[in-house]
Write a protein that binds this ligand. Structure first.
Ligand code: AMP
Ligand code: MG
Length: 418
């Protein structure tokens, strides 16, 4: 069992994980703090927008029938009976032969059925009776924003699960959602395993390396809407790892470990899963890098054993953890967006497993071309920063030649970002 593992397809592994995905609990938070969060309920209009008929211009509110025959050469004179500023509730109504000054966004007074812009009028302030000359014949409803014209009370506006951005904020404020129901951010515990690991603040020692995976994963977690909680590094000791994983599970929704999932003498995660008697979802995938990426259920929680190789750790998160974090927060499309690209170089290396190569896509002469970020070695750390996609090279065959179409999974970071 330790050495033979049954590989499953990436899509099947994703399905398995998602079949257990449950949305996080909800909480209600102040509107101003809801940016970037996902809505826990559908949002409907609580009133008409606008909820009163109003003027789109600065001008005069008049009755269209009173403007019959009006022209630049022969203005119709109307009596000005008042002024309506924004926010006023007009206390008068417009009778025959009357007009009121009205400002943009102000409520149309009763009796008026249209608004004529200042530019088409001439005021006669010198005259005893304060009048305005209307230079254009108006039609009823002209230059008026009707109540409910934009949105009717009860209209469906935003789907549950949608991420709150500027447009959603504007809607929520418009309809009086001073506090907003959102899904809680899942808390993700991150543990690095490996007796060779040092923390970033420690000086290098021969044979040791600094733990980069935990920080990389923390960034991925945050960008997928989770809260990363770092639990440091652990030496390759299964017993201590079992204790540690159990104690982390008490504080978080999901545990992600890196390292120790392979078949080496000190690869402890196999033993950890065994001792915890987890429900193993998979421990072998027909993909590269990270074929030993593992996932398990421990009661109603997830444990992900990502590969220690930074490139494989990165890819493992994107393919398996990101969709879960999205599903937990109600996102509709949980997988990375797919795009068609032309491959920029020959990739003839045949592989019996599908490959997910860290790549960079760019627009070249109107088409999208994808290039690997560098040597496709899962241990390379320094080129992950360049990756803005994963290039999917299918299993088998003869690989792909430069210019051939290839599917890429786009990432929300990497080259192109700043
Ligand atoms: P493992 O999966 O434990 O066999 O580790 C595979 C490779 O990744 C080894 O070269 C490790 O030194 C390296 N590695 C493991 N964990 C980390 C980590 N947290 N950060 C950077 N490299 C790591
Ligand atoms: Mg190791």
């Amino acid at each position: 069992m330790r050495f033979y593992r049954e590989p499953i397809q990436v899509a099947d592994a994703q399905e398995k994980i998602l079949s257990y995905a449950e949305k996080t609990k909800t909480e209600t938070i102040p509107l101003i703090d809801s940016e970037g969060r996902r809505l826990a309920q559908d949002i409907y209009a609580t009133c008409d927008v606008p909820h009163f008929t109003k003027s789109p211009y600065d001008g005069f509110a008049v009755r269209a029938e009173d403007t019959n025959g009006a022209a630049v050469q022969s203005p119709v004179q109307l009596e000005i009976i008042g002024t309506i500023a924004c926010g006023d509730e007009p206390a008068f109504s417009i009778g025959q032969g009357q007009a009121a000054r009205i400002m943009t966004g102000a409520a149309l007074p009763e009796g008026a059925d249209c608004v004529i812009m200042f530019e088409m009028t001439s005021e006669n302030e010198a005259k005893a009776e304060h009048t305005v000359g209307i230079k254009k014949e108006m039609a009823p409803g002209e230059n008026v924003i009707l109540q409910g014209e934009e949105t009717k009370e009860g209209a469906f506006l935003i789907q549950e699960g949608k991420r709150i951005g500027p447009g959603e904020m504007a809607i929520l404020a418009t309809f009086g959602y001073a506090s907003v129901p959102v899904y809680r951010l899942p808390r993700i515990g991150i543990l690095a395993t490996g007796s060779e690991l040092l923390s970033p603040e420690e000086p290098l020692r021969y044979g040791k390396i600094r733990n980069s995976n935990s920080y990389m994963t923390a960034s991925q977690v945050r960008q997928a809407g989770g809260i990363p909680v770092l639990y440091g590094n652990l030496e390759d000791n299964a017993e201590r790892a079992v204790e540690k994983v159990l104690s982390i599970l008490r504080d978080v929704d999901i545990v992600i470990t890196s390292g120790g999932v392979s078949v080496g003498d000190f690869d402890i995660m196999v033993e950890v899963f065994k001792r915890l008697e987890v429900d193993l979802l998979f421990n072998k995938l027909s993909m590269r890098p990270g074929s030993v990426t593992s996932a398990a259920r421990y009661y109603n929680q997830f444990i992900f054993g990502l590969s220690g190789n930074p490139g494989a750790c990165f890819v493992g998160f994107e393919l398996f953890v990101r969709p879960l974090l999205h599903a937990m927060q109600g996102k509709q499309n949980v997988r990375l967006p797919e795009m068609e690209a032309a491959i920029g170089v020959d990739m003839k290396k045949p592989s019996s497993f599908a490959r997910y190569i860290r790549g960079v896509w760019k627009q070249e002469k109107g088409r999208i071309v994808a290039y690997p970020v560098g040597p496709d070695k899962s241990g390379v750390v320094t080129n992950i920063a360049d990756a803005n996609c994963l290039i999917c090279v299918p299993a088998g065959g003869r690989g792909i030649s430069q210019g051939e179409p290839v599917t890429i999974l786009t990432l929300p970071y990497g080259a192109g970002g700043e």
